[in-house]
Design a protein around this ligand. Structure first.
Ligand SMILES: NC(=O)c1ccc[n+]([C@@H]2O[C@H](COP(=O)([O-])OP(=O)(O)OC[C@H]3O[C@@H](n4cnc5c(N)ncnc54)[C@H](O)[C@@H]3O)[C@@H](O)[C@H]2O)c1
Ligand SMILES: [Zn+2]
Length: 354
């Protein structure tokens, strides 16, 4: 079993990674939370069908009194309405401040459960058991929790760390391919911004199942180190995690969050950022070739959809900049495993690249 410690002083906690970790989950949670009795597992319908009984059994065996809340599938559950329903159920269960919430699912379940845990009775302990590749390498790590409003995503939330994160790569066997791609896009992002060796592992690989655990560990190490340096995303250290996300977010929102999955949009964003870096002579064209080949290998798009005009993307970026009153910061590659942040990309160069 791999153990990665997220170093945050009193709030430090381990991330445990191993295939088959779901069956001893109860015991591992018990080791972190000795006196606890009440536990509530929060999950969605699809994940419940596959893994809820196994995790429930494991927790009961470890001496917990287990309640469960099963939500419908989908992003719309990340709402204040669902959060309120959960608070009311927890009150009905007579859960007090010693109770623990377990998030069993993808990023939607993790963000929502974390938010409820941060706010129910002013804060109760919570555990992350991420079950999508995206949640295992990204959403489940870092302590950003929250819900959406009709005006936009993640507008209400907190920084609230779990007590332990349990990652079982075996659960990914049941994850649809399209969902896997969201995780691959983030993993390729980590390789470009920080880990040339990871990039090579991904390039050479012939069978994803043989490298998956190793790759997840490397991704988790990178993210948890950046989080430890800048827990609340204030100093700019975490900014490099936005590689590919500036244009990625614009594309997601231009397509009303339907045209592209998050990973597809990020792949296109990374391709545009890499082209910008080549135009600005920050990196050679061999870099662009290797990144493009890698994105294609993991089933990600590298060409903007026909019919999308550069002007639309530029207006969207300008609009976002106006709303946030911030300068646009571009994360640009300098080589494999190395990036820089720049706020000096001219519109002329951007238009040419698009
Ligand atoms: N907190 C953060 O730092 C952070 C970072 C990135 C993304 N996010 C958030 O994460 C969310 C997206 O998360 P996601 O991509 O995991 O999507 P998701 O939680 O919607 O899960 C995707 C789908 O996969 C299913 N599923 C989950 N695990 C499965 C498994 N093992 N086998 C079969 N099906 C399974 C789910 O039922 C769901 O239908 C967004 O709301 C996003 O804002 C948060
Ligand atoms: Zn992302």
């Amino acid at each position: 079993m791999k153990k990665i410690q997220v170093k945050l002083g009193r709030r430090s906690y381990p991330i445990l990674i191993k295939s088959g970790l779901l069956s001893p989950a109860g015991k591992l949670i018990r080791q972190r939370l000795l006196g606890v009795r009440d536990i509530c597992i929060i999950t969605d319908k699809d994940v419940a069908r596959l893994y809820l009984s196994q995790v429930t059994r494991s927790c009961r065996r470890a001496g917990f009194s287990v309640r469960r809340i099963i939500l419908p599938v989908g992003e719309t559950q990340k709402s204040l309405t669902t959060a309120k329903n959960i608070y009311q159920k927890l009150l009905k269960f007579r859960f007090d401040r010693s109770a623990v919430l377990v998030a069993l699912g993808g990023g939607v379940i993790g963000d929502l459960t974390g938010f409820v845990a941060a706010t129910y009775l002013r804060g109760v302990n919570f555990i992350q058991i991420p079950t999508t590749l995206l949640a295992q390498v990204d959403a489940g790590i870092g302590g950003k929790v929250g819900v959406n409003l009709s005006q936009g995503k993640n507008l209400v939330g907190a920084f609230y760390q779990p007590r332990v994160v349990l990652i079982d790569p075996r659960v990914l066997r049941s994850l649809p391919r399209r969902q896997m791609k969201n995780g691959w896009a983030e993993i390729i992002k980590y390789a470009v911004i920080k880990d040339g060796h990871l990039f090579k592992i991904l390039e050479r690989n012939k069978d994803i199942w043989s490298i998956l655990e190793k790759v997840i560990v490397r991704a988790v190490v990178i993210k948890s180190r950046l989080v430890a340096k800048d827990e609340r995303d204030e100093s700019g250290v975490r900014m490099i995690l936005n590689y590919g996300h500036t244009v990625g977010h614009a594309l997601e929102s231009l397509g009303q969050f339907k045209r592209h999955q998050h990973g597809e949009a990020v792949a296109l964003g990374m391709t545009i950022a890499a082209n910008l870096a080549v135009s600005l002579k920050l990196v050679g064209s061999d870099f662009l070739k290797r990144q493009t080949a890698l994105l294609e290998k993991y089933g990600l798009p590298i060409r903007l959809p026909a019919g999308l005009r550069p002007g639309q993307i530029i207006s969207k970026l300008k609009y976002d900049k106006k709303i946030s009153r911030k300068k646009l910061h571009w994360v640009l590659p300098r080589g494999i495993g190395r990036v820089m942040v720049s706020d000096k990309v001219s519109l002329r160069v951007l238009r040419k690249v698009l």
